[in-house]
Ligand binder design. Structure first.
Ligand SMILES: Cc1cc2nc3c(=O)[nH]c(=O)nc-3n(C[C@H](O)[C@H](O)[C@H](O)COP(=O)(O)O)c2cc1C
Length: 240
């Protein structure tokens, strides 16, 4: 089998011959955060004690798709966001987080489609991490449109919140060039696994979503799909 995937794997391989001489142009390092001019909503301080112990959470974790349609609290949402992107240390312009990232470049941006969260109007939000706040990008029933963009997966409309992860390619490609794509996908996987485990700790349902019409998803979130494509999503909600 030969195709774009196998070509990509081959063409982005490190070899002992091509590994040298990769200097970094620090003057061209892209901004580490994306900020929108939008209404700003402070997130509550996340609760990071208690819940299902980690070993049990790993043992019990399962993809869940049959959400009850009940709301979650803003405090719970903040816990989930913290699990996926919470800042835990600072060094220079790098905010280290609950998740690892290749080269500490953190190319993944978090958008939230809020369907049922107490204290938040339904709509599209973006996480502005340095200030631990949400940017309210646009009101509306995004859940339904997101479900359509996700090949008709109705759970995205029934979920309390959908996480939509994009990648700012330049942030990672600045260092890794085309190999950046490998790391971006890996970064996204780490983020989603933390979300799964946090949901398990809070007895919420969670399901990863990799099946979506790429350009429809990008359009809905308001990203260009090339410099910043949608990479991955997850639906989260109450089980009963
Ligand atoms: C990269 C990725 C993409 C996925 N995409 C979807 C999806 O679009 N829809 C869905 O219902 N489940 C999706 N899943 C969930 C898988 O179906 C699920 O993880 C798998 O069946 C194993 O079941 P478990 O998670 O309950 O252990 C995805 C999982 C991964 C890791």
């Amino acid at each position: 089998m030969q195709g774009i995937g196998t070509d990509f794997q081959e063409l982005t391989s490190y070899t002992r011959k091509n590994i040298g001489g990769r200097g970094l142009d620090w003057s061209r390092k892209p901004p580490v955060f994306k900020r929108y001019e939008a209404e700003r909503i402070s997130l509550p301080t996340p609760e990071i004690e208690g819940g299902t112990p980690i070993w049990q959470a790993m043992q019990r974790r399962r993809s869940f798709r049959d959400f009850s349609g009940s709301p979650i609290s803003l405090k719970t949402l903040a816990q989930l966001i913290w699990a996926t992107q919470g800042g835990t240390a600072v060094a220079g312009d790098t905010l280290f987080r609950t998740v690892p990232s290749a080269g500490g470049l953190f190319p993944i941006e978090t958008y939230l489609v809020i369907n049922r969260v107490e204290g938040l109007d339904p709509g599209l939000y973006h996480l502005f991490l340095p200030e631990w706040e949400l940017e309210y990008l646009s009101p509306g029933n995004y859940g339904r449109s997101l479900a359509e963009a996700a090949l008709g997966q109705g759970m995205m409309d029934k979920a309390a919140v959908d996480f939509v992860w994009t990648a700012v390619i330049a942030r990672s490609a600045w260092k890794y060039e085309q190999r950046a794509y490998r790391y971006i996908y890996l970064d996204a996987g780490h983020i989603c696994q933390n979300l799964y485990l946090a949901c398990e700790a809070l007895e919420l349902g969670c399901c990863a979503v990799g099946a979506f019409f790429d350009s429809e998803a990008s359009q809905l979130i308001g990203v260009d799909g090339k410099e910043e494509p949608v990479i991955y999503m997850a639906a989260v909600g109450k089980k009963t």
